[in-house]
Structures are given as C-alpha cells and as structure tokens.
Design a binder for this molecule. Structure first.
Ligand SMILES: [Zn+2]
Length: 146
C-alpha cells in the first residue's frame, strides 16, 4: 500500500507516468495520463476504508463506501460509464466499446459472489493477473475497435 496507494506515491507515479507520456504524446497527453493516474487515489479515497496512507504507511484515510457496497458499486459503475461515454464518442465501433464496458462490470460483480483467496499472496497474484488481463484486453479492444 505505501508504494501503490499512498498519496505521496500516487503523486510520484502520476509525475513519472505523465512525464513519460509527454515524451510520446506531448504536453497535453502527459497531463491527461498524469491526471488519470492521480485520479485513482482520489477516487479510491471515497471507497476505501481508512487504509490509504497519505505518505509512507502513515496517516491513513478513506471514506469507507465499501462498507455500503450498493452505493460503492453504483459510484464505480457511474465513473466507468462516464469514461466509456467520453471514449465511445471517438471510437470506430461504439457497440464493441460498450460491450467491453459491460463485460468489465460483470467481472467486477463477481466480487460479490466469489470468496476472496484465503492467503494475501493469493489475493496479490489474483489482483496482478487481473490487472494484466484487463490491460491486454483493453489494448486489444483499442486496436480493433477504438
Ligand atoms: Zn486502488
């Protein structure tokens, strides 16, 4: 958590990735990527219980909407669909983009019915493999229909 979900690390990640993106897509692209990276922490703040450190592993915050899963899910789905609506305006195949969004939401819903892995290492492996699979799927969708 200190390296992935602290506010200080999130600022550092957003500067690093925004800077790298600026090298590829220019200043505007760098600002967009940096803002997206930092937005993760801001959006996480609303749903996480008080486990998001401000820096290091200290001063943890979180508004705890995960304790109200229906509200948290509606919020997350709303953020997803606003982003998809913005993206789909410029996509070649809008139906495919919306289909992918609903597929992502359906997979997210499995969190409600599947028990989490018992060991934290199993949870970490599941999370990392899920992120990798989603990134690969998003890359494929972008190339084919974006
Ligand atoms: Zn997060």
């Amino acid at each position: 958590m200190p390296y992935t979900h602290s506010l200080a690390a999130s600022v550092a990640w957003s500067l690093l990735l925004g800077g790298l993106a600026a090298l590829v897509w220019g200043r505007r692209g760098g600002l967009a990527v940096g803002a997206c990276v930092l937005s993760h922490w801001i959006l996480d703040l609303s749903v996480h219980v008080a486990d998001l450190p401000l820096w290091g592993d200290l001063h943890k915050v979180g508004f705890g909407l995960w304790n109200r899963p229906v509200i948290a899910t509606l919020l997350e789905a709303g953020v997803l669909f606003v982003g998809v609506a913005i993206y789909a305006k410029a996509a070649r195949n809008k139906a495919a983009i919306w289909g992918f969004a609903f597929l992502m939401l359906a997979i997210q819903m499995t969190n409600f019915v599947m028990p989490p892995p018992a060991a934290s290492s199993g949870f970490a492996m599941m999370a990392l493999s899920s992120y990798l699979l989603f990134a690969l799927a998003a890359w494929f969708v972008e190339k084919k229909w974006g």
